[in-house]
Design a protein around this ligand. Structure first.
Ligand code: FMN
Length: 201
């Protein structure tokens, strides 16, 4: 009888523990629940977002990655990373809209920004300043704890007719200038600023 009682109590404890984690709380072993949101036109920024997420997961964080149009609100996340492809010197409008819509919630947790631009080839003189300039409108909405610009990718085959013509006139160089070693290193570097328990400075 005593044995059955013990088994029953153990069962109830396991059930309650399971419910607690379903309720959305972060497991004690996890380093937080991070949302990575990206805006893209031709898809290459999505791969950058995935690489960043993989690095966070490798450090035991729970990570969700969403294209900005499908992204949920930041409620329940301990940190957020927002990234955008650059077009005509600007973030894509959907990414800026996401920041404006969720400004209040995003202001309470650590947030980091990245952008991808064809003129942001790593190591190029003035690259950092150019990337910062691109990030400035986002920074005005919510101040990030970290930010960067990465070299992007341009595949003329993925552009529409007018974009192709414009790209040729402006002389935008086709090619893949993303350096995944740099991208992954940045994710590892900023992780301590985003992981569980961090509050905004
Ligand atoms: C019409 C057009 C305008 C662009 N303007 C810029 C720009 O101002 N600065 C820049 O660094 N890259 C610019 N790019 C390059 C893209 O930002 C780059 O290819 C980016 O990585 C694309 O990301 P995606 O594949 O996620 O859309 C432009 C590309 C196109 C097609």
């Amino acid at each position: 009888m005593l044995k059955i009682k013990k088994i029953l109590i153990a069962g109830i404890i396991v059930l309650l523990a399971g419910q607690a984690s379903f309720a959305g709380s972060v497991d004690m072993n996890e380093k937080g629940k991070i949302l990575v949101v990206y805006a893209t036109k031709s898809g290459s920024t999505a791969e950058v977002a995935q690489a960043i997420a993989e690095e966070f997961r490798a450090q035991n964080a729970v990570v969700d990655v969403f294209e900005v149009k499908k992204a949920s609100q930041p409620e329940g996340y301990t940190a957020v990373v927002v990234g955008s492809a650059i077009r005509y010197g600007r973030w894509l409008p959907d990414a800026i809209k996401y920041l404006k819509t969720h400004k209040d919630q995003l202001s309470r947790i650590p947030i980091a920004y990245f952008n991808c631009g064809i003129f942001l080839v790593q190591g190029k003189p003035g690259q950092k300043e150019e990337a910062k300039k691109y990030n400035a409108p986002a920074e005005e909405i919510v101040k990030p704890v970290a930010e960067i610009g990465f070299g992007g990718k341009l595949d003329f085959g993925k552009l529409n007719f007018w974009e192709r013509q414009l790209g040729k006139i402006v002389g935008i160089p086709a090619g893949d200038y993303r350096d995944f070693n740099v991208i992954r290193a940045w994710a590892r570097e900023i992780f301590p600023k985003l992981s569980k328990g961090q509050v905004r400075p």
